[in-house]
Design a protein around this ligand. Sequence first.
Ligand code: SF4
Length: 408
Amino acid sequence: MQPIGVYVHFPWCLKKCPYCDFVSFAKERDGIEHERYADAILAELERRAGVFEGRTLATVFFGGGTPSLWAPRALGRVLAGIRAAAGRAVEDVEVTVECNPSSLDEDRARALVDVGVNRLSVGVQGLEPERLRFLGRLHDAEGGLDAVRAALRAGVPRVSADLIYGVAVPAPEAGPRYLAGGPTQEQSPSEAAAEARRVAETGVTHVSAYSLTIEPGTQFGELSRRGRLPIADEDHVAETFFAIEEALGRAGLSHYEVSNYAREGHEARHNLGYWRGHDYVGLGCAAFGTVSGEGAGVRAGFALRYRNVIDPARYMRAALAGEAEVESEEPLDPETRLRERIMLGLRLRGGFDLERSAAEVGTEAWTPSRRRAAERLAELGKLTIEGGTIRVPRNAWVLADGIAAELF
Ligand code: SF4
């Protein structure tokens, strides 16, 4: 049976971070309709239950937003509903909850384990006070490490920490209104490596390290448009990428995806599902889902990508009234699905089997133009071709997205 994942979106955070382009709304914990939101998701799940037919539930991921704000009892009801709909014991399934240090302590971690969660992903982001403040985070450096340690003490079997690097912070002499070209403070590659090492020393089983990206529509995006946001030097960011890789490698965390490191056997299975092009059901407001096969109502080889309504109140009203809570739907043809697999599969250290993926979705792997592009990239040392499998060698990994685009 083909594996399938479930993504559940929880749309609230205590505060909106200035760089964040996820769908999240600032709200106090007491103002959140914990049980009603769970009821709405269970109603949506009932409507979508057919997609589990003939599938094995592999992973459940509660993302957001800040799902560690959600009352564990309500989250547990949703998890139990998913388990019942899929008809498979939850112990076999990776169940992840994204957490912020400001809403995670040992009791909460234990409560999440009690309802069936077995993996926490903690948004540590950094250990320098100025950088955390600049990123709008509510926790301080010790708060991030404390949350990770609390999760480990609570007996969570798999704990991941997120880090953000490539952040330039205005230097104090820049004054309160930073102007492009003004003085900045940037973490050196060796400082970033030391930070990654400290996080690894807590005993985490997984680390995600992302360079800061500036997205339009965010507060940082607007500041950047007006020339008021410091931008980290590109070469510096690339050096930091390799410094973090080396530090985490020495600490026993293997670099298995461009931005992800794991101890053996602790790779993020849910994300591996995305990178390998597996189907996933999205539940909750603003959630995306991609489903194929008979239950999806699309032709053979096609998949259906949908997105739920973004506004939480509208989502809950629609779901609880038994109405469709979908905002948009898009059929993905086989060639589009293969391009997505190229884009995501080349982010993995081992690359991916292009020929098998093409056969799975029912399209041609080696179109003449793709063959030419692959051979050119191979000559430049940017791509390795072994039978039907293609991968980006380590020294070109930071260029993976651009390399993938050349194979479209
Ligand atoms: S805590 Fe995470 S989801 Fe919430 S606003 Fe900050 S970055 Fe976005």
